[in-house]
Design a protein around this ligand. Structure first.
Ligand code: ADP
Ligand code: MG
Length: 261
């Protein structure tokens, strides 16, 4: 099983040329990249509300690596969708990268999302008819920026050099997830949202993906990862435990309720 050659040699590629601020050199705490305050979100099944998030407040600072754990149905994916602007909360305040997202139009949300967030999903969510290269390049269609790293370079850096012309069905799960991560990075996001990224992988491939996420975090990216695996969660700096739409535990040291701004 090849390791991901990616990670080390890519520095200066993925992170260069984007708007990500340098890591602070002073002792001051990094600014919060995400701030959720009193977030609620319900889904409606007929006339019955399913309260997926109940008054959730938390902050995640630039450069943090946070894991989210909790039973199935506890609201983890809903929280990721809110964080990634795929879904709007019913109430509460969500600030992403200094922007109060409540006031944004759909188009403005899409722009902020494509510039700021890269998603990685359990099911990879690659387009089956596109090659690895085309999948990686896809987000560039929706962004008006020039990529800091070209898709082919990105793919090679992720150990996919000889797979770039292959379709997802011709790749292993681990390779598909690496394509998905390369796709998530092609617009140089500040935030990676990974929803059970190793859930469909064997343990060796899963370990590669976790190593990759850890390297990206070491390069300065903020990572939020949902996982059921305590070993996977242990690579994060802290764990949020969700239950029935509520954060019941936040293991980050000194983390309390989000301070008012
Ligand atoms: P998790 O990711 O922790 O398994 P989810 O955020 O997916 O949890 O779901 C939280 C709750 O919201 C669950 O009760 C789930 O059934 C419900 N839910 C999620 N998505 C929808 C939806 N699109 N329509 C109706 N109910 C939903
Ligand atoms: Mg989920």
């Amino acid at each position: 099983m090849p390791t991901v050659p990616a990670s080390r040699g890519r520095r200066g590629g993925v992170a260069s040329g984007n708007a990500k601020p340098a890591k602070p050199t002073s002792s001051s705490a990094p600014a919060p990249l995400l701030r959720l305050k009193g977030i609620t979100k319900s889904y409606w099944l007929g006339s019955t509300p399913v309260r997926a998030l109940k008054n959730v407040s938390l902050e995640i600072r630039e450069g943090e690596f946070v894991a989210i754990m909790g039973p199935s149905g506890s609201g983890k994916s809903t929280m990721m969708h809110v964080m990634g602007l795929l879904d709007a909360p019913d109430s509460g305040i969500y600030r992403l990268a200094g922007t109060d997202t409540h006031h944004l139009t759909e188009d403005e949300r899409a722009v902020l999302r494509s510039r700021t967030v890269g998603f990685v999903f359990q099911q990879f969510n690659l387009l089956p008819r596109l090659t690895a290269y085309e999948n990686i390049a896809l987000p560039l269609l929706y962004a008006d920026s020039t990529p800091a790293v070209r898709p082919a370079e990105m793919g090679k850096a992720f150990g996919l050099g000889n797979r770039l012309k292959h379709r997802p069905s011709e790749m292993s799960g681990g390779q598909q997830q690496r394509v998905a991560i390369a796709r998530a990075l092609v617009n140089s996001p500040r935030l990676i949202l990974a929803d059970e990224p190793t859930g469909n992988l064997d343990s060796a491939s899963g370990r590669e993906i976790l190593d990759l996420l850890r390297d990206l975090h070491a390069e300065g990216l903020t990572v939020v990862m949902v996982t059921h695996d305590p070993d996977a969660a242990s690579i994060a700096q802290g764990v949020l435990h969700l239950r029935d739409g509520v954060i019941v535990e936040d293991t980050r040291q000194g983390a309390g309720p989000a301070p008012a701004s």
